[in-house]
Design a protein around this ligand. Structure first.
Ligand code: FDA
Length: 310
């Protein structure tokens, strides 16, 4: 990424925290092009998108967008929303799973026990419905507690859950090594948040190199590896590596985001790989949108062109 691109990325990721801008964009943004990446604001809206994804022969994942949750009553409302999504997926027979954010469930208000109990309630409910749940990874301040919750779940025998590791976070390689005795189901991503250089690699090349190393470790030793990237070089590398290591196809999937590189998603599926498209939903989609715009300046240009045409 160029120096100008890096500055733009930082500015956009900072803008993700602006409540005023968020309100403004939320009011008009769907009409102006946000719907290309934002699957919907409600479960009913995302249901249509998940069905369309499945109709193309692709698996799906959904999740709730970032939400500011400041106490247990709000966290329990999030638990109910996640459970509704899980039960809906099971009842409708969709090929989909739910991702959850622990900041919604207790970590956002520094209550680790609440985060564990709320997460366990969701994972148990998912197990009763024959479903898998993935714990997503958020800002680096939540990494330690997120890993601790995952470990506790596994110690309690709740095995229908997996997690996400971000290759831009310097500690992630060591975290993956420490998780291996649990043979985790892991999604590898580069990482989407604005982090200081002592926590996350500022240079994309370091992030990509770490991704490749972590991919090899995960393929060799995890129960399942979700290769979540739109990066052609990493996808080609993963295909070669999985072939060299003779990883059975049922132990990997390529995961991409709704609205991003749809042709590549379908091409991979045509080549016989399992592809899962992640389509989160909820009313608070502005920070998610800014992260997608930050990843690719052309996306920002698309959005601004629509806004100007109005
Ligand atoms: P990178 O950003 O280097 O892009 C490589 C190439 O892919 C680009 O050159 C472009 O061609 C294409 N591309 C990338 N983003 C694009 C976009 N938005 N629009 C169009 N083209 C694009 N992060 C996190 O911190 N915690 C999490 O839990 C998750 N979960 C998650 C799930 C899934 C299924 C995916 C795909 C991603 C995440 N992420 C995430 C986001 C992830 O960390 C990362 O920010 C994005 O995937 C972008 O990084 P890439 O690996 O795609 O590479």
């Amino acid at each position: 990424m160029s120096a100008a691109g890096a500055i733009l990325r930082k500015a956009l990721l900072r803008a993700a925290n602006s409540q005023g801008l968020g309100r403004l964009v939320r009011r008009h943004g769907m009409r102006l092009g946000a719907s290309r990446w934002v699957a919907g604001e409600t479960l009913a809206e995302v249901d249509e998108v998940l069905r369309r994804i499945n109709a193309h022969g692709l698996g799906a994942a959904t999740a709730l967008f970032d939400a500011s949750v400041s106490g247990q009553a709000e966290a329990q409302a999030q638990v109910r929303e996640y459970q509704a999504a899980i039960r809906h997926i099971a009842a409708a027979g969709l090929d989909a799973y739910v991702g959850i954010k622990l900041s919604h469930l207790g970590l956002g208000f520094d209550d680790r026990d609440a985060a564990f109990e709320n997460t366990a309630a969701i994972v148990r409910d998912a197990a009763a419905n024959g479903q898998f749940v993935r714990i997503e990874m958020e800002q680096s301040r939540h990494v330690e507690d997120t890993l601790a919750v995952y470990r506790r779940l596994r110690q309690r025998g709740l095995d229908n859950c997996g997690l996400v590791l971000q290759s831009y976070v310097r500690r992630s390689e060591a975290d993956l090594d420490r998780l291996l005795p649990l043979t985790p189901n892991v999604r590898l991503v580069k990482g989407a948040y604005l982090e200081p250089a002592n926590v996350a690699y500022p240079d994309k090349r370091d992030t990509d190199a770490a991704y490749m190393r972590m991919l090899e470790t995960a393929l060799r030793s995890s129960s399942f590896t979700a290769i979540a990237t739109h990066d052609d070089t990493l996808i080609a590398y993963a295909i070669r590596l999985a072939c060299d290591l003779q990883i059975p196809p049922e132990r990997i999937a390529f995961e991409m985001l709704y609205g991003v590189r749809e042709r590549a998603q379908r091409e991979l599926a045509h080549r016989g790989y399992r592809v899962i498209v992640a389509a989160p939903y909820g009313p608070d989609w502005f920070p998610y949108l800014t992260r997608r715009l930050a990843e690719r300046p052309a996306n920002l240009a698309f959005f601004l062109r629509n806004a100007i045409r109005g």
